[in-house]
Write a protein that binds this ligand. Structure first.
Ligand code: SAM
Length: 250
């Protein structure tokens, strides 16, 4: 197995593939002012196994196109939506987020939790804007510094993992410079990282290593995640996922 296949295997069969929670999704939804008397067209990009997709389907009218690059995650979402009787509302699509087959002005809402970084925040918000109606909403979560300065160790780690990491005021400026108006911002609680993402992942480490015969490449995948978790525990007061909710204004 390649390292990428192993990463997918580690993240399979879990509620979420990134920090977040049902409460965070609901909180972000509260900022939207969408028509309630018509069916909405919604895209959930980088949906993973669809923790947030289910919450969106349960709380909005209309149809959600849930996009991910990996079929394994989409299969899990399809199973969940079947169990919950939500197949009419959720359609899955295996596609890369930078090569979407959508039409201009097609969507009322584009949602993306912890995934826009795969194409870069600014690049993503520019490209996806075309698919939104004027007055439609973009709701994305993105790793964000929550203080103006921070220790060198964590600055160096995240700058090398994701050079676009920044403070919220700069991310908001990017939204405004690209034809969006901010309607809401908050950042995720530490519980959304620890209890909903890192702890369940830690519980999967041993079975994962066993499944892969404790191979060196599998140990590397685990160790990389352990490093990220240790750094989070040490520096959790300096960064989080910021949730940005914005309206396409022009
Ligand atoms: C950190 S996970 C977040 C998943 C989910 N939204 C959640 O919060 O649980 C990022 C997701 O982006 C997907 N992804 C990575 N690169 C992608 C791409 N180029 N196009 C579409 N999805 C991609 C991954 O498969 C993964 O499901």
């Amino acid at each position: 197995m390649t390292e990428l296949e192993l990463i997918i295997d580690l993240h399979k069969n879990s509620e979420r593939q990134g920090p977040g929670s049902e409460n965070d999704t609901l909180k972000a939804l509260e900022f939207l002012n969408l028509p309630t008397d018509q069916d909405l067209k919604i895209a959930d990009i980088g949906c993973g196994s669809g923790g947030q997709t289910i919450t969106l389907a349960e709380n909005l009218n209309g149809q959600i196109t849930a996009v991910d690059l990996f079929q394994e995650f989409l299969n899990e979402l399809n199973e969940k939506s079947q169990k919950l009787g939500l197949t009419e509302k959720i359609v899955t699509l295996k596609k890369s987020m930078d090569d979407l087959p959508f039409n201009k002005g097609e969507f009322d809402l584009i949602w993306s939790e912890g995934a826009i970084y795969n194409m870069g925040f600014e690049n993503g918000l520019k490209k996806w804007k075309d698919f939104l109606k004027v007055g439609g909403y973009l709701a994305v979560s993105e790793i964000t510094w929550i203080t103006q300065s921070r220790p060198k160790e964590i600055e160096k780690f995240w700058k090398s993992e994701y050079p676009e990491i920044d403070v919220a005021s700069n991310k908001i400026k990017q939204l405004e410079n690209n034809g969006y108006s901010l309607v809401g911002y908050f950042y995720l609680s530490q519980d959304s990282w620890i209890y909903n993402y890192y702890k369940p992942m830690e519980e999967r480490f041993d079975p994962f290593l066993k499944r892969h015969g404790n191979a060196e490449i599998a140990r590397k995948v685990v160790n990389d995640n352990k490093t990220e978790i240790e750094l989070y525990k040490k520096y959790k007061d300096y960064y989080s996922y910021g949730f940005y909710i914005a309206r396409k204004s022009e």
